[in-house]
Design a protein around this ligand. Structure first.
Ligand SMILES: C[S@@+](CC[C@H](N)C(=O)[O-])C[C@H]1O[C@@H](n2cnc3c(N)ncnc32)[C@H](O)[C@@H]1O
Ligand code: SF4
Length: 296
């Protein structure tokens, strides 16, 4: 771990485990999604970090000869920063680490509203090449109830912009997000969104409520019923069945999942569907994570 002055807690995608996590902002500027408690503690109130502080950190790291090949811009939606500020940050990274191979960030669709494809392409030129987009669902009803502040159309617009700028996208979809009532439409419309967007990477996580589901229940009138293991697998089956992807690396290996799935879609679609069907109908013939092995 790099010895930096973080405001904790800090979250990053699993695939950035070995990257330099540069906390260019603290918290999330939206911070309203009812399932997400990641930045709700008092010290995580949204604020950009001063550029001087970031430069100081990069100087210290480079002087101590910390190797940096990849950089992840934290926290929850660093792409809310202006293009001008993002350019400054990318130029700083390049100044102290000219050999850096990849810079990435979480990105909410709304972060890109005021950024043109040309501006994004400039950021791409400066090294920012991968956006992690928490679409969570392609279903407008579910998105509204979880207060994502996004829709099928806004999510698709952002994913298309990312592609047009020459960047890659990695999308997160949350298994179980609509509960039993909206499970089918959540799966179908999430697949429809992915089919239209053709992201480079897609991962699914299981929604969980480590501090209880009171806040979540409010928009479901207290009637949200979480999916059990079988229902989660059924939802995954619906999602996979509907996915028509050309070349997307699919990962359902986050610690929250009971069943680990990995492959390239469409090539591995049938093989993955077979695994889900095994989990559903012959669970003793397949390795499933036990409850104690799961986490957020
Ligand atoms: C640290 S958040 C930042 C994502 C970014 N702000 C966005 O919305 O695109 C990363 C992801 O964690 C996942 N996440 C957050 N709360 C969760 C929960 N309670 N259960 C499961 N996954 C959760 C969501 O998929 C979210 O997009
Ligand atoms: S999921 Fe993303 S946008 Fe929603 S509150 Fe969490 S960090 Fe913010």
């Amino acid at each position: 771990m790099y010895p930096l002055d973080y405001i904790d807690p800090v979250f990053r995608p699993p695939s950035e485990a070995r990257s330099l996590i540069l906390q260019v902002t603290n918290g999330c500027s939206w911070n309203k999604c009812t399932f997400c408690e990641m930045y709700t503690q008092a010290q995580k109130r949204f604020q950009p970090k001063p550029i001087e502080e970031l430069e100081k950190q990069l100087i210290e790291l480079s002087q101590a000869q910390y190797p940096v090949r990849r950089v992840f811009l934290a926290d929850g939606d660093a792409m809310t920063l202006s293009t001008r500020r993002l350019k400054e940050i990318l130029q700083l990274i390049y100044r102290y680490y000219p050999d850096v191979q990849r810079v990435s960030s979480y990105c909410l669709p709304r972060n890109l509203k005021k950024k043109s494809i040309e501006e994004l392409a400039e950021l791409r030129q400066l090294g920012l090449s991968l956006m992690y987009v928490g679409c969570e669902s392609g279903d407008d009803e579910v998105l509204r109830r979880v207060e994502k502040g996004e829709s099928f159309e806004s999510s698709l617009g952002a994913l298309k912009k990312i592609k047009a700028a020459g960047m890659k996208s990695s999308v997160m979809i949350l298994n179980g997000l609509g509960g039993t009532e909206f499970s089918q439409q959540h799966a179908r419309n999430s697949a429809r969104l992915m089919n239209a967007a053709q992201p480079d990477y897609l991962s699914t996580l299981v929604v969980s409520f480590p501090v209880g589901d009171d806040r979540y229940q409010e928009n479901f009138n207290g009637e949200f019923v979480a999916l059990n293991q079988t229902q989660l697998f059924t939802e995954m089956q619906w999602l996979l069945e509907e996915l028509q992807l050309e070349k997307t690396i699919f990962r359902s290996d986050h610690a929250s999942n009971y069943l680990v799935l990995k492959g390239v879609l469409g090539k591995d679609k049938q093989a993955m569907l077979e695994q889900v069907k095994l989990a559903l109908h012959q669970p003793d013939r397949i390795a499933l994570r036990q409850e104690w092995q799961r986490g957020l």
